[in-house]
Design a protein around this ligand. Structure first.
Ligand code: PLP
Length: 248
């Protein structure tokens, strides 16, 4: 028992160090001139226990991301209520209501079709409390396996959210992108480039303020490059919490 307690302490302080390194890396990167928003770190805790997330919280981290609805619900119940939760996983219509009932759900980053936007809007309208921030997720790499709306349908989906979903607030775009691009050591990423270009198109066609429009892109292997491209929300998991183990 003593051994496992020691182990826990060692792990948690390592997490604090990882967090502080990622934050200072983020701080040291100059975003492009056209991106006045300060990049925000979202700590992605999927598959990791709440006590490890708490270690980040104790080091002032407030934005956390989760992929799985049930895991988000469970963690939101035991972790502090001033956490800003981001849902970053694939969302099914039948899960929309339960996710919207989380009082400190901050943003849903994965609106990729009208049906989901409509369901979220309707769930939020029943709560009559606040607007829910959303991002439209784009499949920039065109892989069949990835969710996200096709790039050419992005403007229409954004327009739908703005015009038809009064209980949602469209805040920007999100992409996951091709993992091969993401792991590449080159200073070029076609997914990031595509999302930046789509931001321009969406803001121009829908008369939105580019300076207030978020881009969520970049993960452990490429968050620094993403910020150089103009990411305002970076989603970092394993670099902070360690590699994930999946039990199948
Ligand atoms: C898991 C996940 C992340 C974090 O990935 P890491 O490589 O562990 O940093 C970011 N975004 C999404 C959508 C994820 O599912």
């Amino acid at each position: 028992m003593i051994a496992s307690k020691t182990g826990t302490t060692a792990t948690t302080s390592l997490i604090a160090q990882n967090l502080s390194r990622v934050l200072s890396n983020i701080h040291n990167i100059a975003p492009p001139n056209h991106t006045p928003l300060t990049p925000t770190l979202i700590a992605v805790g999927k598959t990791k226990p709440a006590n490890l997330l708490m270690e980040c919280y104790q080091n002032q981290q407030r934005h956390f991301g989760e992929n799985y609805v049930q895991e988000l619900i469970d963690k939101s119940k035991v972790l502090p209520s001033d956490i800003h939760w981001h849902f970053i996983g694939h969302l099914q219509s039948n899960k929309v209501k339960s996710i919207c009932q989380i009082p400190n759900l901050y943003m849903v980053q994965t609106v990729d079709r009208q049906k989901i936007a409509k369901a979220l809007n309707s769930a939020m309208s029943e709560l009559e409390s606040r607007k829910l921030k959303v991002l439209v997720q784009v499949n920039t790499s065109g892989e069949d396996s990835k969710s996200g709306c096709p790039p050419e349908e992005t403007v229409a989906l954004c327009k739908y959210v703005i015009d038809q979903c009064p209980f949602l607030e469209l805040c920007g775009l999100m992409t996951i992108g091709d993992l091969t691009n993401s792991k590449s050591t080159e200073d070029y990423n076609p997914d990031f480039e595509k999302l930046v270009s789509l931001k321009g198109t969406v803001c121009q066609e829908l008369a939105l303020d580019q300076n207030q429009f978020h881009l969520s892109m970049g993960m452990s292997s490429d968050y620094e490059l993403a910020i150089r491209y103009g990411a305002t929300l970076v989603r970092v998991g394993s670099t902070i919490f360690g590699e994930r183990e999946y039990h199948k």
